[in-house]
Design a protein around this ligand. Structure first.
Ligand SMILES: Cc1cc2nc3c(=O)[nH]c(=O)nc-3n(C[C@H](O)[C@H](O)[C@H](O)COP(=O)(O)OP(=O)(O)OC[C@H]3O[C@@H](n4cnc5c(N)ncnc54)[C@H](O)[C@@H]3O)c2cc1C
Length: 256
């Protein structure tokens, strides 16, 4: 059983993200593995442990994205590959999906490609489905459970209205949600193995594909409009009177 998991490197969740000079900045906050992808790594590892397979982690990004791959190796992935090419600076989700699909094909013989629900920076949540489309594989998204039985993926999709039991013939793409269960922490031995690991970097030439043209161009990135916050002290001769005035104000402002 050959399983691939796609992990993205993102600014830490505590980062103060802002736009300066038309570029996204996050100060000196560290770059980390996308939190949703830790659930994807966990699901991939458990599927491999049950099915007697290996997990290869793939990341598309700059050289420093190797740190996100090392986190996946420290969790237990057998191998990791970085896809890094200067031509990939301006990439949309379609382009990212074409590159990830080419990398999955280059790994070869892959039965399952696992993705996180979304990336906390781009937040589009479409890369898994788009990659499945490029590969021509079925996509089982938003899975809270996943098992592989005799060439078939079985899982439960977690949706607001309830659960949906799904099945798909392998090879397939899956995306994982938090309901799947807590990801394991990198073990001490895992961290040591990851620190020594040689992570190859593939270029577009290695993948044998041209530079994907962006269908959606980011023309301008702006900071959100500054929120106007005003304070108003509500006074009255008794707590009841203050409470009534507050309730009227809340209704007036249509907060409730
Ligand atoms: C400098 C810069 C310029 C950009 N310019 C544009 C632009 O012009 N137009 C545009 O539409 N977008 C642009 N993007 C956004 C970029 O296309 C998206 O970040 C990328 O396509 C992934 O989409 P997402 O972050 O929404 O991931 P999602 O679709 O939310 O991610 C879902 C899952 O896909 C996998 N995944 C996503 N990204 C990667 C990755 N890099 N490596 C491995 N796995 C991954 C992970 O498993 C993740 O959990 C730009 C990004 C950067 C950093």
């Amino acid at each position: 059983m050959k399983i691939v998991v796609c992990v993205k490197q993102v600014p830490d969740t505590a980062a103060k993200v802002a736009v300066e000079g038309g570029k996204v900045t996050w100060g000196d906050a560290p770059l980390v593995i996308n939190p949703w992808d830790e659930y994807a790594v966990e699901a991939a590892l458990q599927a491999a442990e049950k099915g007697g397979g290996t997990v290869t982690a793939i990341s598309l990004g700059a050289e420093e994205a190797k740190e996100a791959l090392k986190h996946a190796l420290a969790m237990g992935c057998a191998e990791a590959v970085l896809v890094n090419d200067p031509a990939l600076a301006e990439l949309d989700t379609q382009g990212a999906s074409r590159v990830l699909a080419a990398a999955i094909r280059k790994v070869g013989g892959v039965d399952l490609a696992v993705f996180g629900k979304q990336a906390i920076d781009g937040d589009s949540g479409v890369t898994a489905a788009q990659t499945a489309r490029v590969l021509g594989w079925p996509a089982a998204t938003l899975l809270a459970s996943l098992s592989l039985e005799s060439g078939t993926l079985k899982g439960e999709r977690a949706m607001e209205e309830g659960r949906q039991r799904v099945e798909a013939a392998l090879p397939a793409v899956a995306s994982i949600v938090k309901d799947y269960g807590e990801p394991r922490y990198p073990s001490f031995m895992g961290i040591r193995k990851a620190a020594k690991a040689e992570i190859p970097a593939w270029t577009l030439a290695d993948l044998g594909i041209p530079t994907p043209a962006a269908a959606v161009m980011w023309k301008e990135i702006m900071n959100p409009p500054a929120r106007q916050i005003t304070n108003e002290m509500i006074t009255g001769s008794s707590p009841e009177e203050i409470a009534n005035k507050l309730a009227d104000k809340i209704m007036e402002e249509k907060v409730l």
